[in-house]
Design a binder for this molecule. Structure first.
Ligand SMILES: [Zn+2]
Length: 511
């Protein structure tokens, strides 16, 4: 029987047999290709996804440093990672074991704790709680394993100690511990080292060396270690916690593009040194930044952030997710009224189609029994094209585009003026569209305030207006048609959008 959370341990001989991929620094894992490709920054191109176990993959996302509220930048990062995880699980049949690390000991948390005279643990707990509420309001699936730095001090202690014992790290006079980057020749494989490191000084031997452990400073939380007092450095936390949970290697390691260097570079360096392996994370997944139109960067210090509750006052979580689906996860994403409006229009097109399809197939026309080959071919081609797009670095934007074309063609059939009636292909298309969109994590529900009663009242009104309108159209009665338009506009101001065609009028609720 399989263990629920398998610890993936790879023997050294196995790891040593990894071969360089083309001329790149990325080493191709041995094992089972799943028929999909993903961009990897180490290879600087798309590489095949190969899992050691045919169906199981391990995934770690760097979580937030919980010192403040999350903003829409976090929202886009975690929504896009959630979409990729759903694709791996549902479309590529991977049993994904997901973990996330929460940084609950950090400079910024300590600073906030001093400013607000609140114990640092309480600061962290408050913002972590808020983070999970935000994630849930965005319909993001919670990781199966959550690791917190404060729960893993002994894990981090043994990780650092082994690096010191193996002379991959050194203790400075004040009791800090630095990783010695000269002992790791592949340093810079994720991203060529930039001039970010502080210059070497009396304490630090080399410019790119980074702190695994920070010596104690008065007023800060501290832990007693064999080499001295202090607290963990940021980079070591994820490596130590991942090794504890997943063993000596992991399949996917994810985070925002800002983490690629130095955070992930340092994680890879110290983990390879710790496990004595050449490649630790096989696939790095980095999400592009979200920026508010007009601002180059969103940050707390620039005070131009938008919180997640503020975002959800303006747009539903489905509209935000649709905006994420239509932007490539690796590219920068713009947050602007125009982008959100387009996302809402796309979403409404799908919702209208699903409602229209329901009305269409339940009318009392008689099917010729003809399955309308052209529409069924459309469906099959779309299914194939979508699977190909998802296998090619999770290209959801192409899928959404393909789906819009599919429903556009189906709409033409449903709303044509002939009396042809094709319920079977329309049902199949509606079913496919629903399953694709819900698998991407869209809820496709009307807002909660729409009770059953108000829905049926709106149904009645829309149906009545439709009959009156068709009558007026055939009589070319301008006055009645104008009245119908006024009703439509009034309904829109009450957040009910009506879509008219000659055969069907339907509605969706809008934000
Ligand atoms: Zn991390």
């Amino acid at each position: 029987m399989r263990k629920l959370f398998p610890v993936v341990s790879r023997k050294l001989s196995h790891v040593c047999s990894l071969k360089p991929y083309k001329e790149t620094k990325w080493l191709m894992p041995n094992g089972n290709p799943i028929g999909a490709y993903i961009y990897n920054c180490v290879a600087n191109e798309k590489v095949p996804i190969i899992l050691n176990d045919p169906h199981i993959a391990t995934w770690y996302s760097c979580g937030p440093t919980v010192y403040d509220s999350a903003h829409i930048g976090h929202a886009s990062c975690y929504v896009k990672l959630d979409i990729i995880q759903r694709i791996l699980k549902s479309f590529l049949n991977v049993k994904l074991v997901t973990a996330m690390g929460i940084t609950d000991i950090d400079d910024k948390i300590i600073k906030k704790s001093i400013e607000t005279k609140t114990p640092f643990q309480n600061v962290a707990k408050q913002y972590e709680h808020e983070f999970w509420l935000d994630m849930s309001s965005l319909n993001i699936e919670k990781p199966m394993i959550i690791t917190r730095v404060s729960d893993h001090i002994t894990t981090i202690e043994s990780f650092v100690k082994k690096l010191i014992d193996n002379e991959k790290a050194y203790v400075t006079l004040d009791g800090s511990v630095y990783f010695d980057t000269t002992k790791y020749p592949s340093y810079g494989k994720l991203q060529k080292a930039q001039s970010e490191g502080e210059a070497a000084n009396e304490e630090k031997r080399n410019k790119m060396d980074f702190a695994l452990w920070k010596a104690h400073k008065p007023g800060e939380p501290t832990w007693e270690m064999s080499w001295g007092q202090g607290r963990p450095g940021w980079h070591v936390e994820c490596s130590a916690m991942i090794s504890k949970v997943f063993g000596s290697q992991l399949d996917f390691h994810a985070g925002g593009i800002d983490l690629q260097f130095p955070h992930h570079e340092n994680e890879e360096a110290q983990s390879c040194a710790f496990h004595n392996i050449r490649q630790w994370a096989n696939y790095w997944v980095h999400v592009g930044h979200l920026h508010v139109k007009g601002d180059t960067k969103m940050s707390k210090s620039l005070k131009n952030t938008i919180s997640i509750p503020e975002l959800l006052k303006q747009h539903s979580s489905d509209v935000f997710r649709m905006a994420c689906l239509t932007s490539n996860y690796r590219n920068p994403m713009e947050y602007s009224p125009a982008v959100m409006k387009t996302a809402e229009e796309f979403l409404n097109k799908f919702k209208f189609f699903l409602k229209d399809a329901f009305i269409y197939v339940n009318n009392n026309a008689t099917s010729s029994g003809d399955y309308k080959d052209k529409i069924l071919n459309d469906l099959q081609k779309t299914e194939e094209a979508n699977l190909e797009a998802l296998r090619n670095d999770f290209n959801t934007a192409i899928c959404i585009n393909n789906l819009l074309t599919l429903i556009g063609n189906a709409n033409k059939v449903m709303k044509s003026e002939t009396n042809d009636y094709y319920p079977v292909p329309i049902v199949l298309i509606a079913d496919y569209v629903t399953s694709m969109l819900t698998t991407f994590g869209l809820k496709l529900q009307d807002s909660e305030q729409d009770s059953i009663l108000s829905n049926s009242l709106i149904d009645t009104l829309v149906e009545f207006r439709h009959t009156v309108r068709l009558n007026a159209l055939s009589r070319k009665d301008k006055e009645v048609l104008q009245a119908c338009d006024i009703v439509r506009d009034k309904m829109k101001s009450m957040k009910v959008q009506i879509n008219d065609s000659k055969k069907i009028s339907s509605w969706v609720s809008i934000k």
